[in-house]
Design a protein around this ligand. Structure first.
Ligand code: SF4
Ligand code: SF4
Length: 206
């Protein structure tokens, strides 16, 4: 085999597929896809996405790293499980879709201003601060996640519901500054820090 061919084979061995297998949840299943298209045909949103699942899996195997990780498609998966129920090879497609989105976010390659990603980040920050969701902070941050004007408009639209919640004591303005907390927040933060270090060390291998 010529030097050039050897280099090409090596490059293929170290391809994006290996990276996905090592870093993406259930990524080791991607190579089992036989490209039948049942998942894409079953996905209620597939026709509206740039890349439905079957196409994403083909792109991974073709080494299209940037196109896959910067795609919006996996961010729009609603976890309806239609694809998993019908895949003849039993691929955990939903988990792979979410795993790809998570991996793209970790690498900073996910599309900017993606709405689902913004929501997920706000929710995650809120939850991991004290181990319990502060609903008032979460609601307000979501209202204003697309800017001040948009936030005011949303708050005005929701004002009747907000007032009802205040009147019936389902919500208290004081909750914004306090809220519930788990007993060992330091322990939670230590676990999350360790998990981040493990993920970052794995990602550096590629
Ligand atoms: S249904 Fe399963 S085997 Fe068929 S294209 Fe989708 S993931 Fe691949
Ligand atoms: S779980 Fe996600 S990818 Fe699968 S069919 Fe539903 S929306 Fe589509």
């Amino acid at each position: 085999m010529s030097d050039m061919n050897t280099a090409m084979v090596e490059k293929y061995r170290n391809s994006f597929l290996s990276e996905v297998e090592a870093n993406v949840e259930e990524g080791e299943w991607v190579k089992m896809c036989m490209q039948c298209g049942v998942c894409s045909g079953s996905c209620p949103f597939g026709p509206y996405w740039d890349h439905p699942p079957q196409e994403l899996f083909m792109m991974i195997r073709a080494g299209k790293r940037e196109a896959v990780l910067s795609s919006e498609s996996m961010w729009m998966c609603t976890s309806c499980y239609n694809c998993i129920a019908r895949c003849p090879r039993g691929l955990p497609i939903t988990h792979i879709m979410h795993g790809l989105a998570h991996y793209a976010k970790r690498l900073g390659l996910a599309p900017k201003n993606q709405q689902t990603m913004k929501f997920a980040s706000i929710f995650w920050d809120n939850l991991t601060k004290k181990g319990r969701v502060n609903e008032l902070q979460l609601g307000l941050k979501l209202y204003f996640m697309n800017g001040f004007v948009e936030g005011i408009k949303t708050a005005l639209c929701m004002k009747e519901m907000g007032m009802s919640m205040l009147m019936t004591k389902r919500m208290s303005p004081m909750e914004y500054f306090g809220g519930h907390s788990i007993k060992d927040t330091k322990g939670l933060h230590a676990i999350l820090k360790k998990a981040r270090e493990i993920e970052e060390a794995k990602a550096k291998q590629f």
